[in-house]
Design a protein around this ligand. Structure first.
Ligand code: SAM
Length: 290
């Protein structure tokens, strides 16, 4: 009893019993593949001493596995229709707390204090709603939470962007934000048939291991990310053109020299710069008052 929500039959039973109808607008695609769950849970390295934060538990397929592996589980679900279902299917687990709310509006520092006091490490483990993947990841990265890792199912393309190396078509602001804070590692590709209902795209599980220190050291993080965003403002434009739009037309010549001084050819595109090059560039721009 209580085991294996993630099978087609049990999932269908729960949905029927509670007259549940899927809301596409909330990214509701429930996992029905036990092997994929095994891979997600293994990638999270959970133990009795650790905590897990799940975002979007759905009907609890992943939640029950987390409850079996971690000491404490908190699961934040936005859809109020799922709260009684979750309380019902998870009732045999004493270490799970279902929280009703929008994760983007949740005070996660407070949630941490309330749910994970005494845990030796906390990871986010989730099959994310795809319409808000990036805002959720950015919130987790930027809020400075004491996170060990983030193991998430996302759209395959998004996983590829997170892990992309400079000079590739997938490399962009998301790659840089993720890699500034974390070391990404692709866990597995997941076909759409692993979900009910099947989404239109393939998915992937990615593990983001939080770095002890950011990948590069900059004196002003928000300036660093402003420079990164400016460099990708128009992907096809050269760095020089994108940064001229950022610093002002009258400084174009000066900017060209500044780039060369950083060892960066002005006609390169933002997508070819490593994090280290962006860091050097940010400091040089700051020193020049740009
Ligand atoms: N974890 C379940 C599974 O793997 O079967 C469900 C995953 S489903 C892809 C995403 C879940 O996130 C849905 O249950 C949806 O209602 C919930 N959700 C969507 N937006 C949310 C938000 N802003 N905050 C919290 N949960 C959200």
């Amino acid at each position: 009893l209580g085991a294996d929500i993630a099978t087609p039959n049990r999932t269908k039973d729960i949905i029927r019993k509670h007259n549940f109808t899927f809301k596409k607008s909330l990214g509701q695609n429930f996992l029905i593949d036990k092997n994929i769950l095994d891979k997600i849970v293994a990638a999270a390295n959970l133990t009795e001493a650790k905590g897990a934060l799940e975002i979007g538990p759905g009907i609890g397929a992943l939640t029950e596995r987390l409850a079996q592996e971690a000491g404490r589980v908190a699961a934040v679900e936005i859809d109020n229709r799922l709260i009684p279902i979750l309380r019902d299917v998870l009732s045999i687990y004493g270490n799970v707390n279902v929280v009703h709310g929008d994760v983007l509006k949740t005070d996660l520092h407070r949630l941490w204090e309330e749910q994970f006091a005494g845990c030796e490490g906390v990871s986010v483990v989730a099959n994310l709603p795809y319409y808000v993947t990036t805002p959720i990841i950015m919130k987790l990265l930027e809020e400075g939470l004491p996170l060990e890792s983030i193991v998430v199912m996302v759209q395959k393309e998004v996983a590829e962007r997170m892990a992309a190396k400079p000079g590739t078509k997938d490399y962009g602001t998301l790659s840089i934000a993720v890699q500034y804070y974390c070391e990404p590692e692709l866990v597995c590709i997941v076909p759409s048939g692993a979900f009910i209902p099947a989404p239109n795209v393939d998915s992937a599980v990615i593990r983001l291991k939080r770095r002890a220190e950011p990948a590069v050291s900059v004196s002003d993080e928000s300036r660093f990310f402003r420079v990164v965003h400016a460099s990708f403002a128009q992907r096809r434009k050269t760095l020089s053109n994108n940064l001229t739009a950022f610093a002002g037309k009258e400084r174009k010549a000066e900017l060209g020299k500044l780039l060369l001084g950083c060892g960066i050819q002005p006609e390169r595109r933002g997508e070819t710069l490593s994090l280290q090059e962006f860091a050097v560039l940010t400091e040089a721009l700051a020193a020049a008052g740009m």
